[in-house]
Structure formats: structure tokens, C-alpha cells
Write a protein that binds this ligand. Sequence first.
Ligand SMILES: Cc1cc2nc3c(=O)[nH]c(=O)nc-3n(C[C@H](O)[C@H](O)[C@H](O)COP(=O)(O)OP(=O)(O)OC[C@H]3O[C@@H](n4cnc5c(N)ncnc54)[C@H](O)[C@@H]3O)c2cc1C
Length: 388
Amino acid sequence: MEFSFSPEEQKLLEEVRAFIKAETTDALLAESEELGHIYGGKEGRKFIKKFASHGWLTPNWPAEYGGLGTSATVAFAIREEMARAAVPLIFVAAHMAGPTIMHFGSQEMKDKWLLPIARGEVEFCLGYTEPQAGSDLAALRIRAVDKGDYFLLNGQKMFNTHAHVADYHWLGTITDPDAKKYRGMSLMIVDLKSPGIDIRPMVTMAGWQTNEVFYEDVKVPKENLVGELNAGFFYVMHALDYERMFPLAIYARLVDEVIEYARNTTVDGEPLARNPVVRQKLAQLKIEIAANRHLYYRLAHMLDHGQVPNYQASMQKLFATETVQHITNTAMEVLGMFGLLKKGSKWAVLAGNTERYYRTSVVETIYAGTSEIQRNIIALRGLELPRK
Ligand SMILES: Cc1cc2nc3c(=O)[nH]c(=O)nc-3n(C[C@H](O)[C@H](O)[C@H](O)COP(=O)(O)OP(=O)(O)OC[C@H]3O[C@@H](n4cnc5c(N)ncnc54)[C@H](O)[C@@H]3O)c2cc1C
């Protein structure tokens, strides 16, 4: 199977590519790198608002909500273009919260949020994890108490990645502490400028920032509740399915660069490209990248046929993020000691990207659910094995 696009779709993708080429500045790339390619920085907002004015941020959304009504396959291809260009490519509002609001939000909520999201005017951060609740999300403790016109929120989140650059928190919170597990959680949109919110940085080994967020008597308007009260766990699972759709192109570009490096570099009198171990390893990466492409576009195909990928999204997230680690490990092996050098070192090769991507690849198999959790989902929902 090969993926192909109609002449109109190809034209659209060429326009996207040309726009990205023309509008990408050094300042945008530097900010995008510093933020780990999440959306919300000053340069990113400038770029994405312009990009989104063409309908390209949410191309498969209907026109009334700021999209172009394209297929999800085209939307996934646009995301690949963005990933390849290393511009901001992780959007909580456009890619995770927006589709969930589209499915479960009230008409008022859709009218309020979807257009600003499609225009890139607002960004959310994911507020799921707490110190005692990561893989086991049902163990949340943060509490929202019904006070009539509003909820009063108290508690703590951690590893909330966009929080320092986003506008709103997409927050899972307990609203019925007496309910059975999974049944007492609600999902809310919280304005990060509300009084009582304290955001504290946690810097990852990748170099970019995630955050702890503390809530003390924070008022959340009732209209910011997503869907039904106490049904939040279900909505969060749905949003997680959308999060587990991972374009690999930024790392595929690194593979192309390493192949070029092997072609042009001689070690101990022998071109690296003739070294049998290097050839075997690079060929293996090409197989994995191609296999990931099929898993990735299968998700788009499902969306285009009215299905929301579930364990299939876990398969792609797991395969993509483990492939990413094979890529960075192999890049390190091929480059040898040069691979360890940071950007800025006069001996660095491939602009020092290998050491940075190596550090980043470690965290890829943790967020949006660890590899063990993805395998559990595949065993339970894909293979229909019994719960433990
Ligand atoms: C860089 C980064 C960014 C993140 N960004 C966000 C964000 O924006 N918003 C947000 O809400 N969260 C975010 N997270 C949190 C992330 O989703 C959690 O770290 C992840 O779900 C794991 O939870 P935990 O860290 O509590 O580990 P734990 O759940 O304590 O897991 C520890 C280990 O036990 C294993 N394990 C746990 N349960 C099982 C099981 N049932 N079966 C088999 N193995 C199991 C895990 O796989 C892991 O290896 C981020 C994390 C990182 C590292």
C-alpha cells in the first residue's frame, strides 16, 4: 500500500511546504527547540496564527469551526511537514482538546472554543498527572467543589508541560470523592491566569521545561465543565487517544542526515557507508520508519471512516517512540564520539542535533502513557485478554 493524494491535495501540501520554508526564521527554530516543539512561545504564536489563517492547523475540521473539511489523512500529512521542519508541532488545543470538545462539548462550548483554537489564538496544557497519579490516572486527588455558580479547585498537578506558555489548563479533577474509581472525575477548562495558580518549573533531561502546578481556592466557572459532570475519566481517555498520534518526521530527518554523513565520512581509511554494521543498522531504521508511517496513516484512515482509534493509537505511539530511541541510539553509534558534542562545539557534526535528540528520545516513551501502559491497552482492548 502506498499513500497518494489527489492533485488538489498535492497542491495544498505544496503550499504548506512553501509557506513553512518562507516563514521559518532562526528565532522560531531556536524557540521551538527550547520548548521541545510545543506550542505557545512568542515566535511560535506569530508563525502559527499566520499558518492557521489558511485553515491548516485544523484542516479536517468543518469550515464553521475554522477548518477546510479535508480528510484526516491530509491533516496528518500537514503534521508531518511541520515535524520535518522542526517548527512547533505539539498542540494540545488543536489536536487533543479540540476533537474532544467536538465530540462531547455542548453547543455553547463548541461555539466558544473551536474557532479560537482553529485560529491558533489559544493553547491549552494537559493537566492529568499528579504526584501519586501517573499511569493510574484514577488515583487523582485534586478536588473541585461545587459552589453554585462555580467550582472551587484545590490541589496539585505535575509534569504539565505547556503550563508556562499556555493559556488554559485541560484539567482532570475529582468532583465526587465518594464515587467508585473512574466515576468521580470531571474534565474542566481552567484559565491559567486565575488567582490562586502557582506554576513551578521542572526541567527534563531533554533540556525543556515541564511544570508542577498548584491550585489554591481557584474559581472555575461552571460553563467550563466539559460534557457531563463525573464523566471526565472517559473524556480524558478519548483525548489521550488523540494524543497518541505521533508524526516521526523530525527524527526521520535525523536518519537522512546520518545516512548522508555515512556517505561522506571516512573512518580509518574506509568510508562509513561501506561498513557492514553501519549499513545493516541504517537499513533497519528505514524499515522501522516505513512501518511507523503505515501505523500513523492507518489512524488517519480510521478517522476518515468515522472511527476513533484506540488501541491502534497505542500501537503507533509505542512503535513510534521506541523507533525514535533506536534512531538516536544508532545515530550515536554511527557518529561515535562526535555524536556526544553539543550544538555550539566547533567539532559538533549534524549541528549537534544527535546529542539533543538522544536526550529527548528518552522521555518520548513516558508521556501520553508509558510503553508498558500502551502494551497493557493493546493486550486488553486489542487482544481482549482479561484484566489482571
Ligand atoms: C517529559 C514529560 C512530559 C509530560 N507531560 C505531561 C503533561 O503535559 N501533562 C500530564 O498530565 N502529564 C504529563 N507527563 C506525565 C506522564 O504522563 C507520566 O509521567 C506517565 O503517565 C507515567 O506516570 P508516572 O511518572 O507517575 O509513573 P508511574 O505511573 O509511577 O510508573 C512507574 C513505572 O511503572 C510502570 N507501570 C505503572 N503501572 C503499570 C502497570 N499497570 N503495568 C505495567 N507497568 C506499569 C510504568 O510503565 C513506569 O515504568 C509527562 C511526563 C514526562 C516525563
